[in-house]
Design a protein. Structure first.
Length: 246
């Protein structure tokens, strides 16, 4: 049965775009790529293991999220009126959809989020920093140094996928891919590690799109790309705009 709404690969040109981010961001990005008349190919290179977080204990003065992956853990109705400080407009929109009514967003970096908190949060506020395992230590130290009381909780774990999905391999071998979109260093590292020897030469005709210079750096030890484009801003609109860059 045809997949309605997704344009087919064009025989005369490359119109495939591999998207390496995991859910929940994967589906909106695939829809956005489709609206551009291109063919999205899902390659979520990270598997997310969610960890529960109870609302027991002292009520936080603010919730701090560096990723939308943490929303499920903090989505307790009694916290919906707690001020939230998050990275990215997309995460902010998902927080509002979940029922939070006081959400402030920073551009897509941890430094921008720290700056927002220093400006907008009350001095000495008790902040719950909900992050993935292995993330957020530097931010917690930075905010504590600024006088905030920070409780860091790991509410999910990230596991790299070891293999590329079969449709991704087929599209690369057929020469149907124009770009691969990388939203984090971990997705970039996982993608490069999962490539087998037969696929690496195919990327010499493919554009890599990186959300930041750090993400681009994670691609340096990988295959030779046609070009590596860093998004002008670390957000979805800039990533999509980069699809047209030569």
């Amino acid at each position: 049965m045809p997949n309605r709404g997704v344009p087919p690969f064009r025989a005369a040109s490359r119109n495939g775009v591999i998207i390496t981010r995991p859910p929940p961001g994967l589906a909106p990005t695939m829809a956005a790529v489709t609206r551009l008349g291109l063919h999205p190919v899902a390659a979520p290179m990270l598997r997310i293991e969610q960890h529960a977080l109870t609302a027991d204990g002292p009520r936080p003065d603010g919730l701090v999220l560096t990723s939308g992956q943490a929303i499920a853990a903090v989505n307790h109705p009694q916290w919906h009126d707690v001020p939230c400080y998050v990275v990215g407009q997309a995460t902010g929109a998902r927080m509002r959809s979940a029922g939070f009514n006081h959400v402030m967003t920073a551009a897509g970096t941890a430094d921008a989020l720290s700056s927002l908190i220093r400006t907008a949060a009350p001095q000495g506020a008790r902040l719950l920093l909900a992050v993935g395992r292995g993330y957020g230590r530097e931010m917690a130290t930075d905010l504590r140094g600024a006088g905030f009381r920070v409780v860091r909780r790991c509410v999910y774990a990230v596991h790299p996928e070891r293999r590329l999905p079969a449709p991704v391999c087929a599209a690369l071998l057929a020469g149907q891919v124009r770009s691969v979109m990388f939203y984090s260093t971990r997705t970039a590292q996982a993608f490069v590690t999962a490539l087998d020897a037969a696929l690496r030469p195919m990327l010499a005709e493919v554009q890599a799109i990186a959300m930041s210079t750090n993400v681009a750096a994670a691609l340096e030890t990988g295959p030779r790309w046609r070009m590596v484009t860093v998004a002008v801003h670390p957000d979805q609109d800039a990533m999509l705009a980069a699809l047209g860059a030569d």
